[in-house]
Design a protein around this ligand. Sequence first.
Ligand code: ZN
Length: 452
Amino acid sequence: MTEYIITNGILITWETENRVLEEHAIYVVDDRIQEIGPQADMLARHPGVERLDAAGQYVMPGNICAHTHFYGAFARGLAIPGAAPKDFPEILRKLWWPLDKALDEEAVRASAEVMLAEAIRHGTTTLIDHHASPNAIDGSLDVIADAVDRSGLRAVLCYEVTDRDGTAKAEAGIAENLRFINRLRTNPHPRLGATFGMHASLTLSDETLGKCLLAAPKGIGFHIHVAEHPADEYDSLAKSGKRIVDRLADFGMLGPNSIVAHAIHIDAREAALLAESQTWVSHQPRSNMNNAVGAAEVESLLRLGIKVCLGTDGFTSTMWEEWKFAYLLQKVWHRDPRRMPGDQVAHMAAYHNAELVTRFFPSAVLGKLIPGAHADIIFVDYHPHTPLTAGNLPWQIIFGFHESMVTTTIAAGKVLMRDRQLLTMDEAAISARARQLAPQVWERYQSFVPAD
Ligand SMILES: [Zn+2]
């Protein structure tokens, strides 16, 4: 049994009525929070238990990322040949599709390790990944799962099925999802979950969607990009006579276990279908700005009761940075400073993200400091020069928090970083390995980039 008491921290609980607690301690036993209470009382009741001194730092639940792509690691610093892509469909054709083709098993492993080490450093303890490596499909999710297992973090994995590389690879993608889902059903892992991944409507025929539906075991949710660009909607209309969300609804792919990333160009009926089916929507403002695809009507979606979450889409797992983009994007998009107040950002990133990932790890609550919750905890070395309260915390985070202030990261009760030292991963070796692989990955990428 592992047990320790986190002392001398200021606790941010992220309970539904958030609380900021001074002079309170957290008693962790194995992978759970056993007790939270006044420190003096707790130390008196548990004498001799090891202490983890937070030394006046804020102690809060680890951050959660609702949508990312570990394989994006090799995009950093990559030169796209020829003219700069003029829109998102060109970005897919000239950057992402040739890049994911360039990944072999070693590159898949290296990209996952780089992203996981970065997540530990920046206090993100649960990630929902969406993976593609069309020339290394079989077993790719095991390679990532192995890296997740060694890192000590928590992740939900899937393989993005697509028709863009032909029927055989679409079927291999389906098989990889199914294999990994069954692996976890037969042999559950306390820190791994699975969804059934699909790329996007615009690269999926009705035939392939039908095969995905048939393959997906009952109760498994789908994870798919939706309406990231208008091209996705027009493709769906041309192919099926239906808008994307209607098309997915008719296939029975929506529901409380499914995640739709982006949902920028959906119409009101599609939004209503997402709300009725209780499908999760994941918002990635940084990626949307970078791809110049517009901004989802996040406030309207939230008003409809849709549980909009926050993801990074393959950028670094710096969730507070994503909070800032979520806060700022709606303001400039609508030219109205009243749009997207900080508490709505917190609603997505702290509450909805926690609720979403708790579905995948249902043995306990995630994303809250409460007795019985999974012990996923970070220490933040933040010294506000104005009072920090439960009420103004979202704005303190947006204007004051930085991920470099995270000094300790704990997942499932295990300390993964202490005083900024990673304990489960050799960060320098991981970076060196990725740097060594990158030139080969980039060379293969160049060979896959279309000529135009
Ligand atoms: Zn994405």
